[in-house]
Design a protein around this ligand. Structure first.
Ligand SMILES: Nc1nc2c(ncn2[C@@H]2O[C@H](COP(=O)(O)OP(=O)(O)OP(=O)(O)O)[C@@H](O)[C@H]2O)c(=O)[nH]1
Ligand SMILES: [Mg+2]
Length: 356
C-alpha cells in the first residue's frame, strides 16, 4: 500500500449509485470529462481509478456492480486486491443484501475498514413527502433502522449505516460519514484527505506569510481612502478601512475565517469550539471591526514602538510621501507586520488540531 496515496474503494450492487458518488465526492459533475460514466453498467471487471481534482493522490476506485450474473459474488471477491485500499464504501440504494454482507465479511477478514452507505436518500424523501403527516427525521430514522435490522438479520452485530444523496451531498449523513472515515485514518493519511477540502498546510502557511509580508507596504500605501482613526495615546491617525481590509485578507489567507473553520469542523468532526480553543489571536474566527482592531492594537505592546523605525522609514523617501502621512504609513505598516506574526501561528495550531 502506498503511504502517499489514499485509495478509497466504492463498491456495491449494480445501479446503486457508485459512479455518481465517485463524481459527487470529487465535486465533479456527471457530464464533466473527468467524470465516471453514470447510468450505464460497466462491462469491465476491473475497478477504475478517479483522481480527486484537489489532490490526485486521493483516488476513488469505481467498482463494477457486485453480484450481476456476469460476475457472481465469489468470483468478484477473488479478484479484489483488498490490501491496496485504505477503506471501502459498500453502497446500496435499497436494502443491503447477501452479497453486500459477503463483501463486508471479506473486508473485515482482510483487516480493512468499510462503511455501509444507503444511497439516493433524496428519492426516498421525495416519495415520502407525498404522504400526509410527512416528517423528514422520522422517515430517515425509519430507513436507517430498517437497514440496520436487515444487516443484523444477515449476521452483523451493530452495523452503522450512513444515509447519503449524491445529488444533495451536504444534506443527510455525508458529513458524518466523512468525519467517521477521517477519524479512522492514521495521521499521514488524514493529511492527504484534508488537502481535498482545506487549503492550509505548514508549507502553504510559510509561503503565504512571505507573500503577505511583501505586500504590507502596499496596504499601508493605500491609506487615505477611508476614515482615519486616531490611535489611543498616539498623535498619529491610521486609515481604519485599510487596516480592516488588510487584516480580513490575512485571516482568510490563513483559513481562520468563520466559514472555513465551520467547514473544517463539519468534515473532520473536530468541534468548532475545539478549533477556536487553539486560536490565540482575537482577530481570527470573528468579524473584523475597527473597534476590535483598536483593541488588538492597544495590546500589541508599546504603542510608541509602532512609530517609525529605520526599517520602515527607508520606504518614505522612495515613495515620496510627506512626513505626516509617512507617520501613518509607518504605523499601519508596523501594526500589520505585528498582526502577521500572530495569525500564521494560529493557522499552524488549527492544522495540528485536526490531525490529532
Ligand atoms: N435520485 C438519485 N439518483 C441517483 C443518486 N445516485 C445515483 N443516482 C442515479 O442512479 C442511477 C445509477 O447510478 P450509477 O452511479 O451509474 O450507479 P452504479 O452503482 O455506478 O452502477 P453500475 O456501474 O452499473 O454498477 C443513475 O441514473 C443515477 O443518476 C442519488 O443520490 N439520488
Ligand atoms: Mg458505475
Amino acid at each position: 500500500m502506498d503511504d502517499n496515496k489514499l485509495n478509497i474503494a466504492i463498491t456495491g450492487e449494480s445501479g446503486s449509485g457508485k459512479s455518481t458518488f465517485v463524481n459527487a465526492f470529487r465535486g465533479v459533475s456527471d457530464d464533466d470529462e473527468r467524470a465516471a460514466p453514470t447510468g450505464v453498467t460497466e462491462s469491465s471487471m476491473d475497478p477504475k481509478p478517479y483522481f480527486h481534482p484537489k489532490n490526485p493522490n486521493v483516488i476513488l476506485w469505481d467498482f463494477p456492480g457486485i453480484g450481476t450474473l456476469k460476475y457472481p459474488a465469489d468470483e468478484y471477491l477473488e479478484g479484489v486486491k483488498f490490501e491496496k485500499y485504505d477503506f471501502f464504501i459498500i453502497m446500496s440504494d435499497t436494502r443491503f443484501r447477501e452479497n453486500d454482507v459477503k463483501l463486508a465479511r471479506e473486508i473485515q477478514r482482510m483487516k480493512k475498514k468499510f462503511y455501509f452507505v444507503r444511497s439516493k436518500i433524496d428519492n426516498d424523501i421525495n416519495a415520502e413527502k407525498r404522504k400526509k403527516n410527512f416528517n423528514k427525521e422520522r422517515t430517515l430514522t425509519k430507513i436507517r433502522d430498517d437497514c440496520v435490522k436487515r444487516l443484523r438479520g444477515l449476521g452483523f452485530e451493530s452495523p452503522q449505516v450512513f444515509l447519503v444523496s449524491s445529488f444533495k451531498l451536504l444534506r443527510y449523513d455525508f458529513n458524518l460519514l466523512h468525519q467517521t472515515f477521517y477519524k479512522d485514518l492514521p495521521k499521514n493519511k488524514r493529511i492527504i484527505l484534508l488537502s481535498t477540502f482545506y487549503k492550509i498546510n505548514p508549507e502553504i502557511i510559510r509561503k503565504k506569510k512571505q507573500t503577505l509580508k511583501s505586500k504590507i507596504k502596499y496596504y499601508a500605501l493605500g491609506s487615505g481612502a477611508g476614515a482615519a482613526v486616531p490611535l489611543p495615546g498616539l498623535s498619529v491617525a491610521v486609515d481604519a478601512a485599510v487596516l480592516v481590509g488588510a487584516v480580513t485578507n490575512f485571516v482568510h489567507a490563513f483559513g481562520l475565517d468563520i466559514p472555513t473553520l465551520q467547514r473544517l469542523s463539519a468534515r473532520t468532526g473536530v468541534s468548532y469550539a475545539d478549533l477556536c480553543a487553539v486560536i490565540i489571536s482575537p482577530l481570527a474566527a470573528g468579524e473584523i471591526t475597527t473597534e476590535l482592531l483598536l483593541k488588538v492594537i492597544a495590546q500589541l505592546g508599546s504603542i510608541a514602538a509602532l512609530i517609525a523605525t529605520e526599517e520602515v522609514s527607508r520606504f518614505i523617501p522612495i515613495i515620496g510621501i510627506p512626513l505626516s502621512l509617512g507617520l501613518s504609513f509607518t504605523t499601519t505598516y508596523k501594526i500589520l507586520k505585528l498582526i502577521l506574526t500572530e495569525l500564521p501561528d494560529d493557522a499552524h495550531r488549527v492544522f495540528e488540531r485536526v490531525l490529532v
